[in-house]
Structure formats: C-alpha cells, structure tokens
Design a protein around this ligand. Sequence first.
Ligand SMILES: [Zn+2]
Length: 198
Amino acid sequence: MSPKFEQTVKLLRKLPGVGPRQAARFVLALLNKDETELRELGGAIVNLKKDIRFCPECFNISENATCAICHDPKRDNGKLLVVEKVTDLNSIERTGLYQGHYHVLGGAINPLDNMTPETLKIRQLETRAAKLTAKGPLELIIATNPSTSGEATALYIKEIFGGQPNITLTRLGRGLASGSALEYADESTLKHALESRR
Ligand SMILES: [Zn+2]
C-alpha cells in the first residue's frame, strides 16, 4: 500500500466515529474527485478555524461574534437548554419546537477521556444562568445524552443548580432510548422528549 495513502487514512481516523475501513473508503472516494473539488475541500478545512468560531455566549458555532440564536430577540430568555455538542443543538433546532436559548458544554464528564467539569463550559453556564435569573425565572433544561457520561454530567448540573432560587430544572423526557445519542434521534422522538420534559 502507498505510504501517502496510509498517512491520509491515519489522519482521517482521528475524526470521531471513523474506523480504518471507512477512512480508506473516504480516501478512495477523494481520489475519484477532480482537482477543483479537492482544493475546495482542502481550503475549507484550512480556513475552518478562521471562518468559524464559537459563540462567546452559548458556544454554538458562529461566523460572527455572537451566534444567530443568541442574537434573536424573539427567543425566550426564560429557557436555557443544555446540550453536549453543537450537533445536539442542531437536532433540537430542526424540530422547530424549541424557542428558548441553548448552552453547549463541549462534551460530557468522562474522566477516562480527560473530560472534567473544568474542561466543559460549566462555569460559563453558571455565569449565564446567574445573568438570566437576575431578569426572571429560568427553566434549565438538561439535554445531555442518555449515556453514562451524559448522566454523570446531568447529575453534576443538578447538584449545582438544584434548589437555586428562580431556577426550575427539567430533563428531556424518556422517549430517548438509553445509550442512544441525541444527534441521531429522529425528529418525532425529539419532539416527544421535549414535550414530555419534567
Ligand atoms: Zn450563541
């Protein structure tokens, strides 16, 4: 096998969920693209961090200082939905049912992966919740994944905010199968989970 091919496979395997065979399939597919398309992809990757940044309020991705959701005056300031990743936020946005704000933690607590409360945006969540509760009551909706690390994160958040004045803690309903990821849940499952939160 070509060392350059192997090297590209190795680089692609660093992406989440990409195994050796899938990575090899990607490289073969790329080899079938024409030069222009490859340059477009290469350029998009090279400029990724320059063109896209994280919203300083909610840590959604954004091309401006604050993201479109934080910017939208029609959004309900009395609701803050906490997710692990931007892809989870996107899934919930697609249902069109939720009109509040979001907070993206950037992962879930998992000591094996060096993910601790300090590496997540939990302190920022505290600051934000304090700001929002100063204006009125706040529903803090925990929408971490129904996985071990997602549950650990939910518990941690409950410990911080449980019993705080002006904050009601809710959790997405059980419609989501245990172990399944939010980002892969279909729309009707998510709608049900949102409606049955408690
Ligand atoms: Zn934002």
